[in-house]
Design a protein around this ligand. Structure first.
Ligand SMILES: [Zn+2]
Length: 356
């Protein structure tokens, strides 16, 4: 089978650069598949009936002109959709009840964890689930895409990856759970759990047996949401590929952000194996791929090319992923942060072409 040669595309940056130029560079890099940012944290990059657009876009559609150009080059396009992270001020003010609340009872709308834009929707809400279904179907019906791609489909970081812990105030260096980063304890989540288990989860101590059950219960809310969207998309058009950007390995994803992604049952996964965030060398990438592959799912390795210090390191990382069972590479991000990375990626993808 042909190995996948993909990038995540920052739509606004490509737009500023000029789409013609972007396509020319992508072709030069030997990219044949693009995960194009269609809905960013601030909202859709097209006029939407489902979610408000970012204010500065004012009715603009950034997607159609790019997709047309990509089609001419026979490139595949997936719509990359930032899902549960939605810090749109207007929406958050009107729908505060849809946003997650931590174990101390504080809404992320009033006091977001880590950074200002960490406003997250609660996956147990039917309104949130319906909004997500409508959003995916809107993109599927309005744009000529090959697939739809979830991102930020998780809870806010319960525990940050090791390499990020020193960036924010009040975050312990060890892997421990703190109530202020522990979500979601909204009234709906608490009642649903209490109806099933007879205990209000806010009263659970950390690491008592039932806390593990509550942990799993929450991960299942994400799983249910993804499955629901997946089935609606497939009903609409079974040929659309549904994929997701997920945390680096199944185990880290579960512990840090309550993603039990191998159980989601979607078509493919792009684990974000951004090694420096985990204080790992780049030869860990192959190992991480293997952990996903051994769970019996299709893995397209997400690699943060800006972390690579030489062309050789980048090429070896690509090969390490493929040799451990990845069906392809998805490079984060185009445009890359340094110009030489375009040549390095071209070299890596040339090697992939040689392999299959
Ligand atoms: Zn909730």
């Amino acid at each position: 089978m042909k190995l996948r040669k993909a990038v995540w595309l920052s739509t606004v940056s490509a737009y500023r650069l000029g789409y013609e130029k972007a396509i020319e560079e992508l072709r030069h890099m030997k990219v044949d598949e693009i995960f194009m940012l269609a809905v960013e944290n601030g909202g859709p990059l097209y006029p939407s009936k489902v979610r408000p657009q970012p204010k500065n876009l004012k009715g603009k559609d950034l997607l159609t002109p790019f997709i047309k150009l990509a089609r001419k080059e026979d490139m595949k396009v997936h719509a990359w959709i930032v899902s549960l992270n939605f810090p749109n001020e207007e929406f958050a003010r009107e729908h505060k009840d849809l946003y997650v609340i931590n174990k101390l009872g504080v809404s992320c709308v009033d006091n977001p964890p880590y950074i200002r834009h960490y406003l997250w929707l609660c996956p147990s809400s039917e309104d949130v689930i319906n909004n997500m279904v409508e959003l995916f179907l809107e993109v599927a019906s309005q744009f000529d895409v090959d697939g739809l791609h979830f991102d930020y489909i998780r809870y806010p970081d319960l525990v940050l990856p090791e390499g990020l812990r020193n960036r924010y105030e009040g975050v312990p260096r060890e892997e421990i759970i703190l109530p202020r980063f522990d979500y979601c304890y909204c009234q709906r989540c608490r009642s649903l759990f209490e109806d099933e288990y007879g205990v209000d989860p806010v009263n659970l101590k950390y690491l008592e047996p039932l806390y593990g059950v509550w942990f799993k219960w929450r991960s299942q809310k994400i799983t249910n949401l993804v499955r629901r969207v997946y089935s609606e998309v497939k009903k609409y058009d079974s040929k659309l590929e549904v994929s997701a950007a997920v945390f680096a390995t199944p185990e880290l994803a579960y512990r840090y952000v309550l993603q039990d992604w191998p159980l989601w049952g979607i078509d493919s996964y792009n684990p974000m194996i951004y090694h420096k965030y985990y204080m790992r060398p780049s030869n860990w990438i192959g190992q991480a791929v293997k952990e996903g592959v051994l769970r019996g799912v299709e893995v397209n390795a997400g690699i943060l090319v800006g972390f690579m210090e030489s062309e050789e390191e980048l090429v070896n990382s690509f090969l390490g992923a493929i040799n451990n069972g990845a069906t392809g590479i998805c490079a984060f991000v185009y445009p890359p942060p340094r110009s030489e990375l375009k040549e390095w990626v071209r070299k890596g993808f040339t090697e992939l072409e040689r392999m299959g």
